[in-house]
Design a binder for this molecule. Structure first.
Ligand code: NCD
Length: 316
């Protein structure tokens, strides 16, 4: 694997390999010395053109646990036009010898541009591009589901027959898109629930059932319910009347949470709008995997960096 740009083009075998390597990385994280020498002498640049807390520190922790040198480049606020600034930045990173670049960018497709432009010869990992994809988030979500379902015996397995309901701001969510492709590749059945205004106009080719009614979706008894953040920063118009109305119809409130099967798990990629898309009781419950998702994110990112950067890049 040379780059990790999306989950849409990830094969089932590659996805399972990534999840299995992440299991090994998770084992490393339980040791007294939580460090491997694998990427000693290599440089990873975290190139973030958009705000981020958990994804950036997660990649930083992952790279450091593999003994890579890490440079954090926060490019937010640059006034140079996007295309030019990306090219200049990429050439700068090439000049300092970056072996891997983790990029988050508000423009969908920016990581793809970096990977194919020839400006830099480094492994590129998409850490979220506009509303397009966020592959490591989907991988850590799949990893979290697989671990909860299969406990210790999860290696080698997919998510065949698992039912996952994704709820909320699908329109603006790269997390929803990456999860849709990855989860269905792994054999899960995905239902998406949102107000009509928060679905994309064209969902042709999306392998998901669509519903506008969260109560119906909850009564169907999904194995997993994944709440999405309302992405106010990407909204330039009113997509729902007000927060109270949103939360009343599409929020995982205490009453809906109580109706979930005792074995269902509740997921959220963070950052959460408590009281809007998810209640505090649901977010902090034993069913919630929110913090597990963060911890698993480090293992997944270690696996991705390892696959892309260890060994001789010329071979791939
Ligand atoms: C997500 C993102 O940035 O796409 N967050 C994350 O990576 N943990 C989801 C979100 O911001 O809602």
């Amino acid at each position: 694997m040379k780059h990790l740009l999306s989950t849409k083009d990830l094969s089932r075998d590659d996805a399972i390999t990534l999840l299995d390597i992440a299991e090994d990385m998770a084992d490393v994280s339980t040791r007294e010395v939580r460090k491997l020498p694998t990427l000693r002498g290599k440089t990873v640049v975290n190139l973030f053109f958009e705000d981020s807390t958990r994804t950036r520190i997660s990649f930083e922790a992952a790279a450091k646990r593999l003994s890579a040198d890490v440079i954090n480049f926060s490019a937010k606020g640059s006034s140079v036009s996007k295309g030019e600034s990306l090219k200049d930045t990429a050439q700068t990173l090439a000049a300092i010898g970056a072996d891997g670049v983790v990029i988050r960018h508000p423009a969908s497709g920016a990581p793809q541009v970096l990977a194919t432009s020839g400006w830099i010869d480094a492994g590129i990992i998409n850490a979220g591009d506009g509303t397009h994809e966020h592959p490591t988030q989907a991988l850590l979500d799949a990893f979290t589901i697989r671990r909860r379902l299969h406990k210790a015996a999860s290696r080698g397995k997919g998510l065949d027959g698992v039912t996952v309901t994704i709820v909320g701001d699908v329109l603006h969510s790269r997390v929803a898109r990456s999860n849709l492709w990855l989860l269905t590749t792994l054999g899960a059945e995905v239902t998406m629930v949102a107000p009509p205004t928060l679905f994309p106009m064209d969902m042709t080719g999306w392998p998901a059932a669509v519903s506008f009614d969260l109560d119906d979706a909850i009564d169907a008894g999904p194995d997993v319910i994944m709440m999405l953040r309302i992405q106010q920063e990407r909204m330039n118009a009113a997509f729902f009347p007000n927060s109270r109305e949103y939360s009343r119809r599409w929020g995982l409130d205490d009453e809906r949470f109580a109706r979930l099967a005792p074995t269902s798990i509740v997921m959220h990629p963070g950052p959460m709008n408590r009281g809007l898309e998810i209640s505090s009781a649901a977010a902090d419950s034993a069913a919630s995997t929110v913090l597990e998702q963060v911890a698993n994110g480090v293992s997944i990112r270690m696996a991705a960096l390892y696959l892309l950067m260890s060994g001789d890049r010329e071979e791939s």
